[in-house]
Design a protein around this ligand. Structure first.
Ligand SMILES: *Cc1c(COP(=O)(O)O)cnc(C)c1O
Ligand code: SF4
Length: 461
């Protein structure tokens, strides 16, 4: 495998990508305008090995990392392109205020990412951690809060635009260890970002080694969420510290922990290069298991046969299909939107084409405020159509595996757009607007928006 040196591209040097010269100047200007609002970053592997430049702009891999004009409202796009084209130069203040206005309108923190689920112990808020579901704690190492390229549909886009207030990250592992020790219910640690695999292996070591030494609480599994296999497989092959990284993986599994790489694969083309195949092989040799997940989005992967082929390919390469997500209601969601009904059809059409070994995939699933909500099917009762929904992860453990119904709506694309079935006024996990009382148990998540327990008991049948 020939080594490759990582070369990032951003809004500042987008002009140096010669392949882009095929596009009309006006479109390039529009892309630059979008890049002023939403984060843009790609690299030489994506440009040279993933994108099919003969098919731009429709090429799914081009859509995956390059800003598309339609990601902004027409009027906002016009406003920014005009501003950038001002002969006399625009004032930075003017641009700033436009950025602020447009970004705040784009729901930068879907499902209350910033405020909710941040644990607090003895009056200390544990920054860079989230604990929403009993068995799994999320940890955001400070140096892993960027990626080798950015997905246009990224739900964490707000943290990439440099506003420190929007970031959630930790530089220390000791508070995490103390927390795990005090929370025996936690079996899984999910190290996430951004992309933790963006970190140098020596930095990742500073987080992992203390865990292996202290063996806190009842920790069994270390998961690492990453898109590096898609965006920079050389991370595992020919970077200066690739060998050390592979050793570290070995050390984790040798210590008796399950190491699960939660790989984000959006499109089968990401599984088509020699580099990705070699990287997968090297990771698997350490005893780690690779599980695969991705959102389904318009313009990139709204194609059932592609999904079927991708899941089969994942199995063939020894990986496990895990989740298909519905894209969160944030950022340029309108551009990527697929109605729930259509998503379900795409999922089912793909699911039918694969063997049981690929049917480990679950979905389509929404990571919403109350939990992960699986869209399980559409049913008809007395001539009326309903969505059959299932809570597969819940803020309250008692909610897990609960089936519930919503009125069928062919246009709805997120749980908040759905209405409960059978004339009920709210879903079982929602407030009914009456008096609220924060249950003691939820003080664990002091900063989270409390869901009044009253509402829960009232709606328990
Ligand atoms: C998805 C998710 C997890 C992990 O859930 P699994 O179903 O165990 O993979 C943990 N925490 C949060 C906040 C999540 O969104
Ligand atoms: S890999 Fe994940 S965090 Fe990084 S840009 Fe893509 S969606 Fe966002």
């Amino acid at each position: 495998m020939k080594a490759k040196r990582f070369r990032p591209y951003s809004a500042a040097n987008i002009d140096s990508i010669t392949q882009l010269k095929r596009l009309p100047k006006s479109q390039l200007r529009e892309m630059q305008a979008v890049a002023k609002i939403l984060p843009f970053r790609t690299n030489n592997y994506v440009v040279e090995e993933l994108i099919d430049w003969s098919r731009i702009p429709e090429d799914p891999l081009f859509q995956l990392t390059f800003p598309q004009p339609q990601m902004l409202h027409k009027s906002d796009l016009r406003r920014i392109t005009e501003l950038l084209a001002t002969e006399t130069g625009y004032s930075p203040e003017q641009l700033k205020s436009e950025q602020y206005r447009i970004r705040t309108a784009m729901n930068p923190h879907p499902a209350g990412q910033l405020q909710l689920n941040v644990p607090e112990e003895e009056g200390e808020v544990l920054h860079g951690m989230q604990h929403k579901y009993d068995e799994t704690v999320l940890f955001f190492p400070k140096q892993g809060q960027t990626c080798h390229a950015y997905c246009t549909y990224c739900f964490r886009w707000a943290q990439f635009i440099g506003n420190k207030e929007l970031q959630m990250a930790s530089g220390e592992v000791e508070p995490l260890i103390r927390y795990l020790d005090r929370h025996p219910e936690v079996s899984d640690l999910l190290i996430t970002g951004g992309d933790p695999m963006f970190m140098r292996s020596s930095v990742l070591r500073r987080y992992i080694e203390p865990l292996l030494r202290h063996r806190p609480g009842n920790l069994q599994t270390i998961r690492i969420g990453t898109k590096s296999l898609s965006y920079w497989p050389y991370r595992y092959l020919s970077d200066k510290d690739s060998d050390d990284l592979i050793s570290l993986f070995h050390e984790i599994t040798t210590a008796g922990y399950h190491l699960s790489i939660m790989a984000h694969f959006t499109h089968i083309r990401e599984l088509s290069t020699l580099a990705v195949e070699a990287a997968i092989r090297r990771i698997k040799e350490t005893g780690a298991i690779i599980r695969c997940q991705s959102p389904i989005v318009r313009h990139i992967n709204d194609d059932a046969s592609m999904w079927a082929e991708m899941w089969r390919r994942e199995v063939q390469l020894g990986m496990i299909p895990y989740y298909m997500f519905i894209a969160r209601d944030t950022g340029p969601k309108a551009y990527f939107d697929i109605p729930i009904a259509e998503t379900l059809k795409l999922f089912s059409d793909a699911y039918r084409q694969v063997s049981g070994l690929a049917r480990t995939v679950r979905g389509p699933s929404m990571s919403a405020k109350p939990g992960k909500i699986l869209v399980d099917g559409i049913t008809e009762i007395e001539g009326e159509k309903y969505f059959v929904l299932k809570m597969i992860q819940g803020r309250e453990a008692s909610w897990v595996n609960k089936v519930f119904y919503a009125r069928y709506d062919p246009k709805a694309s997120w749980i908040t757009e759905l209405k409960p079935a059978f004339g009920e006024r709210c879903f079982f996990f929602e407030s009914n607007g009456r008096g609220s009382r924060t249950p003691l148990k939820q003080l664990r998540n002091a900063a989270m928006e409390a869901i009044p327990e009253a509402a829960i008991s009232i709606h328990r049948k």
